[in-house]
Design a protein around this ligand. Structure first.
Ligand code: AMP
Length: 592
């Protein structure tokens, strides 16, 4: 891709930005100094809950609004930092009373309701490891993740319990407590959240927390095997805070709207922790995407900084810039996007619709925070993800034919040619870097070469030091910003009695980036038909949930495989999309 245009940062952004001079900030930035900007527990150590809430109360900002919640039914609630302190202390006390100990794993499976936010931060104060799961997941993905992280307690709603949890609860081997946000009738071994929390003490003394104590477990999908659980530690809050300050230009008096659900890493790191660590007001909407409603929300709530995703922007674009111009969005001073490639047209459309470009940035579950970004005070090259943040060293590493990183004289080979593509790597050592994949040391070790963390993404870096996304280096599918592992979908389809083989790939889609498509060959005695397709779709949706399930299914008796029987998804994708097929030397002999 070539640079077609450049959008210079406007004078207001340059004058007001937290970081006015990128090079100067890079030169003077140090993580040691960033750590000194944290409050630290009076008893010692770093606790995310304390940095996100209690410090603001102690520093005299207890009456500022921490969370403004817009319910799906039109209700509107505000909670100050002081309210949050009391409520999360009650949650921490209630969890301890239940027997949840430091290091135990606490999950949520909820829509964006206040209880989720209280639980996440309260559990962090209690020293528990927190995993918010996406509420649209079906029973199978939920079970896999509960067991993988040895979930001890789960907070969910009555509806989600009945729909998703009840059928798998017996198989969730470590799950001792299920807490429900609504009223419960009958026992079924369920606990009512408010009944448990409300009588608890509003004071809680956070135990000294080692900065390396596990805090968050986020699941991410790989090409093979079950989803990987990336573990993050309390020290990560330092990176959340700094990256939001630098990459999102966030300040304490901002009204910040991150549209991501906390079931995905963005919704936790930037939908909860980063803005609260900076003392901003977090806006949370319970409802799902709706063009007019979103513009109305930006206008009515006077949102100043907005962090969203390419799929949402492309959906807004369908109604044209004129739709945005009908609203008074004068409070909005910065817009950022993450999760998938942001096409250049979307960036320039931002200028037309909002008077400011949309600033793309890049990161992933494993990095825990934004790594590469377009900053408010810097020129934007539409289509580029921007430059590494201060404190982050990035490189493009040369890959050999077999995918391994090339070396010369023992060192990994860095690419400096602006036209050459290679694998994006980051020098290990920033505070929000994941510390392990739970129970998978081998997979974790594979991510590193010397002190470089390999991201798995193929990129190039231009003469100005800006990074451009080229492709993912694996078969994982990004659909509407969500990472879907083909193996998880194939495994679910294979459980259907009619399915002999299944292969899952991503197919380009103008709005969602990619959509999940499955190729299925049927066992003898079963015939391909529309009703069989419907049956398989329903089966997959029921097991996996709408986000992960395939959008389309094609019957095929010619799923390409290696000689060892591994599905060659890349070749299947090339054939489906009419792309070059590449090296076929390992292809199974019976196929063309
Ligand atoms: P996740 O771990 O679910 O956050 O997904 C991370 C992956 O999303 C990255 O490795 C990229 O493949 C993709 N991604 C994230 N941000 C961007 C971006 N700005 N441009 C292109 N791809 C992105």
């Amino acid at each position: 891709m070539h640079i077609s245009s450049m959008i210079p940062a406007n004078a207001r952004a340059r004058a007001q930005a937290n970081v006015a001079d990128y090079s100067a900030e890079c030169a003077q930035f140090s993580w040691e100094a960033a750590f000194r900007r944290l409050a630290f527990l009076p008893s010692g150590g770093i606790n995310m809950g304390y940095e996100a809430i209690d410090r603001h109360v102690l520093e005299g900002r207890g009456d500022e609004v921490a969370l403004r919640w817009l319910g799906g039914d039109g209700s509107r609630l505000e909670f100050t930092y002081r309210d949050f302190e009391a409520r999360t202390n009650q949650v921490a006390n209630a969890l301890q009373k239940l027997g949840v100990e430091s290091g135990d794993h606490v999950y949520t499976l909820l829509g964006r309701v206040p209880a989720l936010y209280f639980m996440v931060l309260g559990a962090l104060k209690a020293g528990a490891v927190v995993t918010p799961l996406f509420s649209s997941f079906g029973p199978e993905p939920v079970l896999t993740r509960l067991n993988r992280g040895k979930a001890k307690a789960l907070l969910t709603s009555r509806r989600l319990y009945d729909r998703t949890v009840a059928s798998i609860r017996e198989r969730a081997t470590d799950l001792e407590h299920v807490l429900i946000t609504d009223d419960i009738c009958g026992s079924e071994g369920l606990l009512q959240f408010d009944h448990l929390v409300e009588p608890s003490d509003t004071r809680f003394s956070i135990a000294p927390t080692d900065p390396e104590h596990p805090a968050l477990l986020h699941f991410t999908s790989g090409t093979t095997g079950v989803p990987k659980g990336a573990l993050h530690v309390h020290a990560a809050i330092c990176a959340h805070r700094e990256t939001a300050r630098v990459a999102l230009d966030l300040k304490p008096d901002d009204v910040f709207w991150c549209t991501a659900d906390p079931g995905w890493v963005t919704g936790t790191s930037y939908g909860i922790l980063a803005p609260m660590a900076l003392g901003a007001t977090v806006l949370v909407t319970e409802a799902e995407f709706d063009t007019t409603e979103w513009y109305r929300t930006l206008e009515r709530e006077r949102v100043t900084v907005w962090y969203t995703a390419p799929t949402a922007i492309r959906r807004l674009m369908r109604s044209g810039a004129s739709e945005a111009q009908r609203f008074d969005l004068s409070a909005l001073r910065f817009i950022a996007s993450v999760g998938e490639p942001l096409n250049p047209e979307a960036v320039t459309w931002g200028v037309e619709a909002f008077g400011i470009p949309i600033h793309d940035n890049w990161w992933q579950t494993e990095t825990g925070g934004i790594m590469i970004a377009n900053l408010a005070a810097c020129d934007v090259f539409p289509g580029s993800m921007g430059r590494p943040l201060p404190g982050i060293t990035a490189a493009v590493l040369r890959r050999r034919e077999d995918g391994e990183i090339a070396r010369t004289g023992g060192e990994v080979e860095q690419i400096s040619d602006p036209d050459e593509e290679g694998e994006l790597a980051l020098r290990a050592g920033w505070p929000s870097m994941f510390r392990s994949y739970v129970d998978n040391q081998e997979r974790y070790d594979k991510c590193f070469r010397d002190d470089w963390y390999l991201t798995g993404d193929i990129v190039r870096r231009d003469r100005n030091g800006y990074y451009w996304f080229v492709a993912r280096g694996d078969d994982v599918i990004k659909t509407s910003g969500h990472l879907v592992g083909p193996f998880e979908v194939e495994s679910a389809l294979l459980e259907h009695p009619a399915v002999a083989e299944a292969a899952v790939i991503g197919i380009p889609d103008p709005i969602a980036g990619n959509v999940v498509k499955a190729f299925v060959s049927l066992r003898d005695g079963y015939d391909p038909s529309d009703s069989m397709r419907q049956d398989l779709m329903a089966f997959a949706r029921h097991r996996l949930g709408a986000v992960i399930a395939p959008r389309s299914i094609e019957f095929s008796n010619d799923i390409p495989k290696t000689r060892s029987g591994k599905v060659l998804r890349r070749l299947l994708r090339a054939r489906t999309l009419g792309l070059p097929e590449g090296d076929l030397s390992t292809l199974e002999v019976s196929h063309p």
